[in-house]
Design a protein around this ligand. Structure first.
Ligand SMILES: [Zn+2]
Length: 192
């Protein structure tokens, strides 16, 4: 398998992925491909970390997600694997924070998410995992599980005129003008 990263406006990113049945060697290949793509992306960027990826982002419509083991240490290039992940409970409060996506070039959003979620999934060996995530990890799970359901983060802030930002060459975020740069941006929104 040698799949490449896909980005908006690819319509695949708005498709719902299918549940994975047997954890076969095909799934192991898929996971390995996802990890490679994430790390290659990170290595090509100066200011960003490849935090996580869903299979749909390499054009494979299966419910698999990989999440970096340590967001704060780029040297740690290991991932945790979540197959058929689902949120079983939303907890805490709604919090806003900046969010980016490998499939949305250069645009960041100020996105509302729950501060705490409970997640159920299976790992790469087919073993059930249950975890409670808080803070940034809770955000990452909501973002990635959205991907498995065909939702991109920009869809969560579609009408929020203050929520869109661009990452400049120095790694700083600056606000984008909603009317001219976002509202009718054909890269972002699906046109019927
Ligand atoms: Zn994403």
């Amino acid at each position: 398998m040698n799949k490449q990263l896909i980005t908006l406006p690819s319509p695949d990113l708005r498709e719902r992925s299918k549940k994975i049945g047997l954890i076969s060697s095909d799934v192991a290949d898929l996971i390995s491909n996802m990890e490679t793509v994430t790390l290659e992306w990170e290595d090509s960027r100066d200011h960003e970390v490849g935090v996580a990826l869903a299979a749909v982002q390499i054009g494979v419509l299966q419910r698999a997600v990989v999440i970096r083991k340590d967001f704060n240490d780029k040297q740690n290039r290991e991932f945790k694997v979540f197959i058929n992940p689902e949120i079983t409970k939303y907890e805490g409060e709604i919090v806003y924070d900046y969010e980016g996506c490998l499939s949305v070039k250069d645009i960041y959003g100020h996105v509302p998410r729950y501060s705490k979620v409970r997640v159920k999934a299976i790992d790469e060996h087919g073993k059930e995992v249950r975890t409670t995530a808080e803070g940034f990890l809770a955000r990452v799970f909501q973002h990635e599980i959205d991907h498995t359901n065909g939702i991109v983060f920009v869809d969560r802030i579609h009408d929020d005129e203050e929520a869109f930002f661009v990452l400049d060459d120095d790694g700083k975020l600056s606000a984008l003008d909603y009317e001219t740069e976002i509202k009718n941006n054909e890269q972002l929104w699906q046109t019927e």
